[in-house]
Design a protein around this ligand. Sequence first.
Ligand SMILES: Cc1ncc(COP(=O)(O)O)c(C=O)c1O
Length: 420
Amino acid sequence: MPNLSISYSEPIKFVRGEGAWLIDDRGRAYLDCFNNVCHLGHAHPDIVEAICTQSARLNTNTRYLHDAVVTYAERLTATLPEGLSVASFACSGSEANSLALRMARTMTGSNDALVLDWAYHGTTQELIDLSPYKYKRKGGKGKPAHVFEAAIPDSYRAPLDWPVEEYALRFAESIGEQIETMRKQGRAPAFFIAESIPSVAGQVILPEGYLREVYRMVRAVGGLCIADEVQVGFGRVGSHWWAFEMQGVVPDIVTMGKPIGNGHPMSALVTTREIADRFNNGMEYFNTFGGNPVSCAAGLAVLDVIERDRLRDNAAAIGAYLVARFRAMQQRYEVIGDVRGQGLFLGIELVNNRKTKEPATAFARKVNEGAKVRGVLIGTEGPQDNVLKMRPPMVFSRADADHLIEVLEDTFAMVSAEGA
Ligand SMILES: Cc1ncc(COP(=O)(O)O)c(C=O)c1O
């Protein structure tokens, strides 16, 4: 298919991976600071062994009983707050989000959605419809009538006259306005869906208290709250298993994907007993591959390794170290407008002018390419594509972090000298 772009002006062909490193077809090693699917590092031996062992024994589907699916559901739900106790399994983040829509629509009888600007929630048409990042850009047909879009709660770009301690409430006003617009049309949201750290929007850390306020508003008009943890879940934020926990809220539905199987294609949705019971209306949800024993073995091994190797602690420590080093760079490079991150979910926003915050998109692209030339893979993100995005694997070491910094230092120096 021609409708997929490939990373970098000179594409890379990888043939092997190990830990945080990827090796190309010429034997060159690259430090992978971008791919958050291989959560525990590439070709992790425990996950490879779990998949091989189960594949060699049996792979079936959830129409038959199997201990692995039950054990995995119990282990997964144990990482979540009480009440989020029923798991369903699918094969991709999109499938998990589509299932969430079915549940929310069954619960509320409404089709109407409340989303954040510049969000991305998946590949199917019904999810493109909830993804401003897609429907507003090339090939998009604009916002559908059943979708209502609130402002990105981006603290760095908050109006200057807002007091910091009011950011949460002020940004939540945009949600209130959308709910009011819906009300005037005789509508109410079936659900509010958001990533717990909006990523495509530029690694936006939500202001403290934001989700608490938004969930309160949405629930007051009968909507469900869905946390899309497809990118940020599974301990990446270090301090917690799930990024929504940083906001002190409990969603009605949590969707998970990417890192869940360390590269094995699988996904999950966890919800409450009440929602699961109401969804049990006879139509059924059967997913041919979802929750098969091999996927469950992979998922279990991922949870085991995160716990055994204390990888959340590692994410917290290395993430804090990287943020401190990025902030030190910010002192020296005027182009670094903002440094943000939680655990190993990190962003550096580049601007041509710290006062006007004019996006330094060309500079960001040059840094991205320059880092690749030096053997380090990062990405760019955000509505203006001016945020350097990093999501290294949970096994990222202090030496890996130092290597990333060294390469960024070199690249920033080169791009600054050349002029973007
Ligand atoms: C936040 C978020 N939700 C959902 C998805 C869809 O996941 P998948 O590509 O596995 O269908 C993605 C994929 O990039 C994502 O980033």
